[in-house]
Write a protein that binds this ligand. Structure first.
Ligand SMILES: [Zn+2]
Ligand SMILES: [Zn+2]
Length: 54
């Protein structure tokens, strides 16, 4: 009975990280390591290109 956490932003990946600001569970693609927040909380920047992360 284990629920897998899904990224609460894109809902398209497993969530391994939590935003320090809003506490959302998010996956790597939606997490900004530099600020420790999700992309929604990161100010001044938006997701530029998800496909370019790797
Ligand atoms: Zn995501
Ligand atoms: Zn957040």
């Amino acid at each position: 009975m284990k629920e897998q956490s899904v990224c609460q932003i894109c809902e398209n990946e497993l969530a391994n990280l939590s935003c320090e600001i809003c506490g959302k569970l998010v996956g790597l693609k939606c997490f900004d390591k530099n600020s420790g927040t999700c992309v929604n909380c990161r100010r001044g920047k938006k997701i530029e290109d998800l496909g370019k992360i790797y």
